[in-house]
Design a protein around this ligand. Sequence first.
Ligand code: NAG
Ligand code: NAG
Ligand code: NAG
Ligand code: NAG
Ligand code: NAG
Ligand code: NAG
Ligand code: NAG
Ligand code: NAG
Ligand code: NAG
Ligand code: NAG
Ligand code: NAG
Ligand code: ZN
Length: 711
Amino acid sequence: MKPVHCLSLLAFQALCVAAGQHEHPHSTVFNPHRALWKRQEAAFPPTLDQNEAILANSFDNASLETWSYYYTHGLHLAGTNKTIAQWTADRWNEFGFSAKLVEYYTYLNYPVSHSLSATFPNGSTWTASLREDPLPEDDVTNYPNSVPTFHGYSFSGDAEAEYVYVGRGQQVDFERLKALGVPLEGKIALSRYGGPFRGLKVKNAQENGLIGVVIFTDTADDGNVTEANGYAPYPHGPARNPTSVQRGSVEYLSTHPGDPTTPGYPSHFDSPRTDPSLVTPQIPSLPISWKDAQPLIQALDGYGTSGTTVNRTNWVGKLNATYSTGPAPGTTISLSNVVREETTWIWDTIGIINGTHEDEVIIIGNHRDAWVVGGAADPNSGSAVLVELAKAFGALLKTGWKPRRTIVLASWDAEEYALLGSTEWVEEYIPWLSKAAVAYLNVDVAVSGPDPELAASPELHEIATEVLKKIVYPYRGYNNLTLYDVWYGLTEGEVEVLGSGSDYTAFIHNGIGSLDFGAGGGPTDPIYHYHSNYDTFHWISTFGDPGFVAHKAIGQYVTLLAYHLANDPIIPFNVENYGVQLTLYLETLADDIASANATVDLSPLESAVATFNASAAALTELINTASTEQEISFVNAKLRDFGRGFVSQGGLPTREFYKHVAFAPGLDTGYAPTTWPGITEAVAAGNFTLANIWVQKSAKAVEVAAGILTP
Ligand SMILES: *[C@@H]1O[C@H](CO)[C@@H](O)[C@H](O)[C@H]1NC(C)=O
Ligand SMILES: *[C@@H]1O[C@H](CO)[C@@H](O)[C@H](O)[C@H]1NC(C)=O
Ligand SMILES: *[C@@H]1O[C@H](CO)[C@@H](O)[C@H](O)[C@H]1NC(C)=O
Ligand SMILES: *[C@@H]1O[C@H](CO)[C@@H](O)[C@H](O)[C@H]1NC(C)=O
Ligand SMILES: *[C@@H]1O[C@H](CO)[C@@H](O)[C@H](O)[C@H]1NC(C)=O
Ligand SMILES: *[C@@H]1O[C@H](CO)[C@@H](O)[C@H](O)[C@H]1NC(C)=O
Ligand SMILES: *[C@@H]1O[C@H](CO)[C@@H](O)[C@H](O)[C@H]1NC(C)=O
Ligand SMILES: *[C@@H]1O[C@H](CO)[C@@H](O)[C@H](O)[C@H]1NC(C)=O
Ligand SMILES: *[C@@H]1O[C@H](CO)[C@@H](O)[C@H](O)[C@H]1NC(C)=O
Ligand SMILES: *[C@@H]1O[C@H](CO)[C@@H](O)[C@H](O)[C@H]1NC(C)=O
Ligand SMILES: *[C@@H]1O[C@H](CO)[C@@H](O)[C@H](O)[C@H]1NC(C)=O
Ligand SMILES: [Zn+2]
């Protein structure tokens, strides 16, 4: 998974859209003037030093295509394919990493059968296909072992009832329905995809007394590239295939990532197990296509409150219907979802190059499991990039080079169910990681379109943007741009805040600075069929990234970034920027407090951030003068360790797993971040007592971080 673009700094009103939804956080289109104005800062083409050139020149789009082809022509749903994990280890070993499999014994579920039908008052019945059409043009869509459309961690069961349309299924949507007097108890929810993580839609429905959930894809999320605008659907054109379905997990990601049966500790064969039912839905759910959704949403026309009167953002979509709430008396849905629960092995591939300083470690990871046989963008564009990255470091090793820091490569399994492979691994190795980890770099969907997207913790912003300037990026017909130019032309230079939805989560919430990078589609790009059987090699080589040129540039970027983090004598962190960002988050929080008329005194937190600023300034001075190995090791230890301070005060309210006091996924968003989450969410909930407690806790955490940083 990896499905959102988010405008940071908006706290509980975070503006986010799901991947493939063709909206950009800051501007919808690339602005070449902005890009070229910034160009004054850097030469083109960029100049690389000798090691950088060896790494970058090792990247080859033909090899990337080969790796992509391999990963996307066999079932690799979580826990089903040890061969592909071993193949990954074999490639990394060939190139010079020392790689092996690390296995965990985890609770998962797999689809068995499903059905969905509607019965109308006149007695007629309509049955949903629940199936994505196999396409003669796309070999993989015809595989007999294609994964049926289902929700990971969904509840096995049947439901039959009248149904109501609930928009994107956030808590505010259900509040609006209640205010309108729409009956919810005992009904089935029909919800749009987009906005919050899908598991939270099901959770919210369950908490409001509904007994089943059907979630559909709406073409309103497809930007301009729709059949209505004259584009042919896949495989004949870039528009959405009408039968495409978004699979995905419905676990409660915003509170409990990892194996639901082993919270806080690794899943070994003999690990004690807890009941997963508190963090997984207890009502059945199914995902459907827009084609299957159209008759269901249409049947509500004229019943309940019409969509325009409901008057909520993203309520009315682009299907031919009024998006009325319903229920339509006598019109019922009957759904059945049968899944098989299994506790079974998953396989992470872990590869290592020892550095000369083994107490400083950087980790680069990508998940390998996919919801479908293909998974060409999610996640195997990233998997192909990591093989090529291993090859590039191999080329450098051949020159006799050895990194200063240890480099760990990770290919995670079972990310899609709830970040299992990375979370269990972090839970197992946290005693080592909390002493040695410098940073974690995540690549999930490396490429699903051409527009680069960067999210990172603040100490990484500067190095992350500097390395963007080193990469030539063939983009929309321009041949004279760097990745930085394009990124700046899209975002005006704002690095996004990390929420959740991919494998950086366990790292950042254990105080390890993290970064997430990849490229997605804009409003005029081919539709990315997220978690669909059409996320295939044929799609990515025809529409997503013809020529694998974006794969190459993204791979070069991650490789050079990893190189600098692993090899620069002083860890290239800008800690003063942490103070800048924390202050920006404070301004957002002050606005939230003002608009909620809350009585919350932020001065302890302001003063903690000022203390942090002073420590950061003092360390920066030392960084600028450090020259002996002893001085360098001293500042590196500070840079490596200070982030642990932000997680020193225990977990956030109601969610022990999430510990970082400055950012976390929103409780009711799952993907999108909330800044100062302990305080912001207490203010949003109207509990100012709790908000004040979290001002104190957040301030203490910032002070602990400052204390570690102080030279
Ligand atoms: C495992 O995945 C690989 C790569 O996609 C594929 O070649 C192989 O057939 C898969 N194995 C099974 C049992 O599906
Ligand atoms: C019954 O009602 C449904 C929904 O309004 C409609 O699509 C269908 O054509 C009707 N069937 C008959 C036989 O009238
Ligand atoms: C999308 O289409 C609308 C109307 O068809 C047009 O006004 C708009 O400029 C298009 N957007 C882009 C980015 O092409
Ligand atoms: C919808 O809500 C907005 C503000 O929330 C209001 O300005 C507008 O008049 C409302 N529209 C309708 C049709 O009620
Ligand atoms: C939309 O549905 C109405 C009836 O519900 C129908 O008359 C109309 O032709 C449909 N429009 C399109 C574009 O399919
Ligand atoms: C890396 O170092 C560790 C600990 O010092 C050692 O156990 C391991 O064998 C080394 N690995 C390689 C590939 O050299
Ligand atoms: C880059 O190329 C575009 C068109 O291809 C051209 O308009 C622009 O002037 C070029 N910019 C630079 C800095 O070379
Ligand atoms: C690699 O990229 C070049 C252009 O940069 C293109 O001509 C070639 O077809 C690409 N190769 C593959 C295998 O996609
Ligand atoms: C805050 O107070 C103002 C003025 O008293 C009032 O208009 C507004 O509705 C209040 N907002 C909230 C969220 O209570
Ligand atoms: C922290 O320092 C930054 C500049 O480095 C400044 O923008 C910010 O206002 C300072 N914050 C506080 C709370 O002093
Ligand atoms: C507010 O938070 C405090 C501290 O956690 C808790 O004791 C109290 O019950 C909460 N109040 C409400 C109304 O939830
Ligand atoms: Zn993914």
